[in-house]
Write a protein that binds this ligand. Sequence first.
Ligand code: ADP
Ligand code: MG
Length: 244
Amino acid sequence: MLKVDNLCKSFSRLRILNDLSFAVREGELKAIIGPNGAGKTTLFNVITGRFAPDEGAVRFRDKDITGAKPHVLSNLGLARSFQINNFFQNLTVFENVELAVQSRLERRTAVWRDLPHTDGVEARTLEVLDLIGLNEQAGALACNLSYGDQRKLEIGLALGTGPSLLMLDEPTSGMSRFESLSMIELIQRLSERVTIILIEHDIEFVMKVSDSILVIHYGEKIAEGPPAEIERNEEVQRVYLGGL
Ligand SMILES: Nc1ncnc2c1ncn2[C@@H]1O[C@H](COP(=O)(O)OP(=O)(O)O)[C@@H](O)[C@H]1O
Ligand SMILES: [Mg+2]
């Protein structure tokens, strides 16, 4: 579904991504882990066209999307949520999701395959709210949500565009244990509907939910494979896991 080939990206001569290649299969949950500053968010920024790579290419369903603009990616079915909250503070939860749904109204998409068919914006908005567990807060202003719920709303915005590939950047960061558990549950539910690339620092969670894990260190791939293999990998243990 997604193929990343030999990506290189530097900022002021500092190499942040170094010849990075990997692929994501349809239906898979691929986790990306690595120490702070490893280049994980930069990788998302390059995949989603925020930065053009210095070298390399990104392909989505065999289409070259290297450096493609956000609305093009959104049309193709690729959605991203950010490490920081990114929504309209003074609109309600419902209105925020509704805007996302409206932006992609004409498309028939994978996320909705198993849901009752409807073209109605309202119905689809309610479905997203139900999926992210915020239906009871539909009328609340986004700025009044708890931090954990704001992060769910942000995922709701991504889901509103009906993606087939969802990219999540540290969705549990800054959360309480309780909030994290609820977010983990949500991601597990979503992974049954949509292909996910997940940047996440909670290793226990990653080991539990991922089909495949990509480990990055100083912008380079040091390992990639199923959780059990990654757990055993000596280099991963040395640079990152510190004796799991
Ligand atoms: N826009 C930018 N300009 C300059 N340096 C950047 C920029 N974005 C990220 N970096 C640098 O790239 C490195 C990797 O950052 P990042 O991709 O955010 O790492 P991670 O998400 O793995 O913690 C860091 O040293 C960071 O300071
Ligand atoms: Mg990051």
